[in-house]
Design a binder for this molecule. Structure first.
Ligand code: AKG
Length: 303
């Protein structure tokens, strides 16, 4: 008989201030014009708030095209006093509409290094968390697509989990979704929802994007929300994004999903479903942690 005695119990999700609410996933069309992208994102967020969304999620790299060579031109030094137009807009629009924003990601320039960074704002307009993409996407299918983020970007070093009015949220950026350990860590720390701004490509998108959202949600019995840039039908870029932003519930069920065109997905999150799912299928109790050394993954890090 394998014992689970050494496994620290997971932290149950705290009671969120707002347990049932509308989430909006703004699948934005991005252009080379940064000013236009910022104004466009602002308008989409305002429209979503007008439709009742309490949480708005933006795509990975929404203030410029996803061209690694050009990211530094659009980068902002988020911690500096210097003007950060993308970040100021997010803060202002969160405050004016009293909503929480998971601000997709933008290129961040800090001490000469470039990061792919997601900022989270509360309804008071304050920056609540900053997540730097942990797993950089280096990918090579000869003759089809080559993409090496690590030639341009530096990886973040810390997972990010943040308490907001709309629940405890874990953050990952795109390729971070491939690593189940990160989602498990967030689950063990009591996350209700994991948000992954992302921009999967045409090769891996169709095959894996939805599968991974559903797997991360079902394995951890929590909600997963993703938000991607819209596909530009006129693009000549090598990297074509797959779109398909979506919301998945704690049973692994797809609640809402987009195609690849520009759109805003608005859907309801009801956190009582997490409790319901965990009572009816208590994976935490059934888990044979010692057998597959779960303690190595979660033990030292769970607090
Ligand atoms: O993991 C993948 O297949 C895609 C990841 C990706 O597109 C990214 O991290 O930007």
């Amino acid at each position: 008989m394998v014992s689970n005695a050494r496994i620290p119990p997971p932290i149950p999700p705290p009671q969120p201030k707002i347990p049932k609410f509308k989430i909006a996933l703004c699948q934005l069309l991005v252009t080379p014009d940064k000013e236009r992208n910022i104004a466009h994102a602002r308008k989409s967020i305002e429209d979503a708030a007008r439709k009742g969304a309490k949480l708005v999620v933006l795509p990975e790299i929404w203030n410029c095209p996803l061209s690694l060579q050009n990211l530094s031109k659009y980068a902002e030094d988020i911690d500096a006093e210097a003007a950060c137009p993308s970040i100021s807009m997010l803060s202002e629009v969160a405050l004016c509409n009293a909503i929480t924003i998971v601000g997709g990601s933008i290129p961040e320039l800090a001490a000469g290094q470039l990061f792919n960074t997601c900022c989270v704002f509360g309804p008071d307009g304050k920056l609540k968390a900053k997540h730097r993409k942990l797993h950089l996407f280096d990918f090579d299918i000869p003759g089809e697509v080559t993409f090496r983020e690590s030639d341009f970007l530096t990886a973040g070093e810390e997972p990010t989990i943040v308490d907001t009015d709309v629940g405890r949220i874990g953050i990952g950026v795109c390729h971070d979704i491939r690593f189940p350990e990160l989602a498990m860590l967030y689950g063990s720390r009591g996350a209700h929802l994991i948000c992954y701004p992302g921009a999967f490509n045409m090769s891996t998108g169709e095959l894996l994007w939805e599968l991974m959202q559903r797997a991360r949600a079902a394995d951890n019995q929590l909600f997963v929300a993703t938000c991607a840039p819209a596909q530009d039908p006129n693009t000549s870029a090598d990297y074509i994004t797959w779109g398909h932003s979506g919301l998945v519930g704690p049973f692994g069920e797809i609640i809402a999903t987009a195609g690849n065109e520009e759109t805003t997905v608005i859907a309801e999150i009801d956190y009582s479903l997490i409790q319901f799912q965990r009572e009816y299928l208590p994976l935490e109790v059934q888990r044979q942690g010692d057998m597959y050394k779960m303690v190595d993954v979660l033990g030292g890090n769970a607090q």
